[in-house]
Each structure stands twice: as structure tokens, then as C-alpha cells.
Design a protein around this ligand. Structure first.
Ligand code: NAP
Length: 289
């Protein structure tokens, strides 16, 4: 059984990977969050001494790097912090660990003028989050030929006690009868964390390296996504108000027409992207069973 060290395992995707991978791999979840500390390794990827100790103590076959500063406005406000986590953290892992690294990246490496993007599309990040994630991609490509970069977009799951999940925010707000403003000019193919876990599993089995894109089937605006959530969870859609991105006055500019073309992964890994309505039905069913 392969031994896989996961960084950032306390995050949204980390929680799903832990659940799905625990019966298939010998997993070593690590996290920076202190509440996570009792049962798992504490690992801040900006601290190279900690990485050295943990890699020496656990001798993993593969590292999956999920650790990232994913708050896009905070990245813009604190480019130094974004750089140290999203780039230097990955650089540390590459310098210390000799095996393959699976690095999660994002459609924010593109400017959002003509999504959906394929692996051959030209990159042009418009915010610090995208710039730091791209710098990490380039470093990995140049320094670790066995490694794999997986770009994905708008990850979601229903996670109890999480405020980071778009799905949680929509469901909780509508359940409380609160009106929400949701942008109707940002387009992506939102991706259930379980879909990306299946892709990672398949990629590990095939020992895939290089760069691959993955996202679920539907290419929709965030407003339409919120409406699909309300439909599935049987909540009031009239509480969802459309709004334009510029009206939010956010610190970081957002790519508008993002999203990822998945043709390459479909043919190499023999996978079909799931429909959002099916994913949401699964999630709704599992919460209410
Ligand atoms: N969410 C999306 O829509 C999306 C889209 C495309 C790509 N991705 C990529 O997918 C990966 C996983 O995303 P996610 O949605 O699971 O994000 P998430 O929920 O924000 O999780 C990121 C994790 O990284 C941890 N972290 C932050 N700084 C760290 C450090 N210095 N050392 C170790 N861990 C650190 C965080 O822990 P603390 O909370 O304790 O700081 C958090 O648990 C990331 O690489 C992200 O860039 C995400």
C-alpha cells in the first residue's frame, strides 16, 4: 500500500481525501490547524525544518500538497504571506522530498477572458493568488519531473462547521431566510471535492506526471450554481439576488470567464465529469440519511 503524506489536510479537499483514501492508501494527514494536532502531524510548510523531520520520520512515497492560502483577497492584501505559503512552501517540499508531489492548482492562473481553458492555453494571472500558484507550478515543472500539477476550480462540499464552503454559505443563509447577493458574471465548472479525489486516485494508479485539468460537467455562473443548490436543498430561490463582480468592490480582481476544459483527463484517465445536479443530490441524500 502506497504511503501518502497530505499537507493542508484540515481544509475542504483534505477532509474528503482523508475519508476516501483511508481504505486505499496508508495516509499521513498533516495540518497547520491546532485543533487537528492531537491525531495528526503538525506541519507548517513554510518551516523547512519541520518538513525535514516529518519526511524523515514517515518516509512517504508521494506528497499531495493541498496547503495553500486560498483567501483570494487576503493574498492581495498580504502578497508576502501568499508568496511564502503558496510558493515557498512548495519550494521547501521539492527541495526536501525526492519523490513525486501532486500539487493542486487553479484556473486563477488564467485571466478569465476566454474560459474554459485547456492545458495548452496561455496563462496570465490577474491577482496575487493566481500569480503565486503559477510560480509554484513553474518551479515544480522545472525541478521534479515525476510530479503532477492538477488544476481545478470552485471546489465544493457540504462540510459541517466550515465557513469556507460556498455550498455551506448558500444553504445556511437560505435556511435562515437571509437574502444573499451572488455574482452572475463569474463562470466556472464547479467541482465536488469527491470528483477531484477520484481523479487524484486514478492519477496515482497510473503514475501520471505533468499537468492536467479537472472540473465537473456544467459550465455555469455562480448565481446559477446557487440556484441549483436551492433547488436540490428545497430552499427559497427568491432570496438569491444577482449581482455583478465590480459591485462587490473586492480587493483582488477576479477572472470572470474561467473554468477548465477536461478533454485531456477524460481521454488519459478514462473519466467522465459528473453533473452538478447529481453531485448535489448525493450530498443532500447523505446529509439527510
Ligand atoms: N477551493 C477552491 O475552490 C480551489 C480551486 C482550485 C484550486 N484549489 C486548490 O486546492 C487546494 C486545496 O484547497 P481547499 O479548498 O481544500 O482549501 P482550504 O480549505 O483553504 O484548505 C487549505 C489548507 O491549507 C492549510 N494551510 C494554510 N497555510 C498553511 C501552511 N503554511 N502550512 C500548512 N498548511 C497550511 C490551511 O490550514 P489553516 O486553516 O490551519 O491555515 C487549510 O487547511 C489548494 O492548493 C487550493 O489552492 C482550491
Amino acid at each position: 500500500m502506497k504511503k501518502i503524506l497530505i499537507t493542508g489536510a484540515s481544509g475542504q479537499l483534505g477532509k474528503t481525501l482523508k475519508n476516501i483514501f483511508k481504505s486505499r492508501y496508508n495516509i499521513i494527514p498533516t495540518a497547520k490547524s491546532h485543533y487537528f494536532k492531537q491525531k495528526n502531524y503538525f506541519l507548517d510548510i513554510t518551516n523547512h525544518l519541520l518538513i525535514k523531520d516529518i519526511v524523515a520520520a514517515t518516509a512517504p512515497d508521494i506528497i499531495i500538497n493541498l496547503a495553500a492560502l486560498t483567501n483570494v483577497d487576503l493574498c492581495e492584501k498580504r502578497p508576502d504571506l501568499a508568496h511564502s505559503i503558496n510558493f515557498v512552501g512548495l519550494e521547501n517540499l521539492v527541495k526536501i522530498f525526492n519523490g513525486p508531489i501532486i500539487q493542486l492548482s487553479t484556473d486563477y492562473v488564467f485571466d478569465g477572458k476566454i474560459g474554459q481553458y485547456s492545458e495548452n492555453s496561455s496563462v496570465n494571472p490577474i491577482n496575487e493568488y493566481g500569480k503565486t500558484k503559477l510560480k509554484a507550478e513553474n518551479f515544480l515543472k522545472e525541478n521534479s519531473k515525476d510530479s503532477l500539477i492538477i488544476r481545478t476550480n470552485v471546489l465544493y462540499d457540504y462540510i459541517s462547521k466550515s465557513s469556507a464552503s460556498f455550498l455551506n454559505w448558500v444553504v445556511k443563509s437560505l435556511q435562515h431566510g437571509e437574502k444573499i447577493n451572488v455574482v452572475d458574471d463569474q463562470w466556472n465548472n464547479p467541482t465536488w471535492t469527491k470528483s477531484i479525489a477520484v481523479l487524484i486516485d486514478r492519477a496515482i494508479k497510473r503514475e501520471l506526471n505533468g499537468l492536467i485539468h479537472w472540473g465537473d460537467y456544467d459550465y455555469i455562473s455562480r448565481f446559477d450554481f446557487a440556484n441549483k443548490i436551492a433547488d436540490t436543498f428545497k430552499l427559497k430561490k427568491n432570496l438569491i439576488q444577482p449581482i455583478k463582480t465590480f459591485e462587490l468592490n473586492q480587493i483582488a480582481p477576479r477572472p470572470l470567464k474561467g473554468g477548465l476544459n477536461t478533454d485531456m483527463a477524460k481521454s488519459i484517465l478514462n473519466l467522465e465529469p459528473s453533473k452538478i445536479s447529481d453531485c448535489l443530490e448525493h450530498i443532500f441524500g447523505s446529509i439527510n440519511s
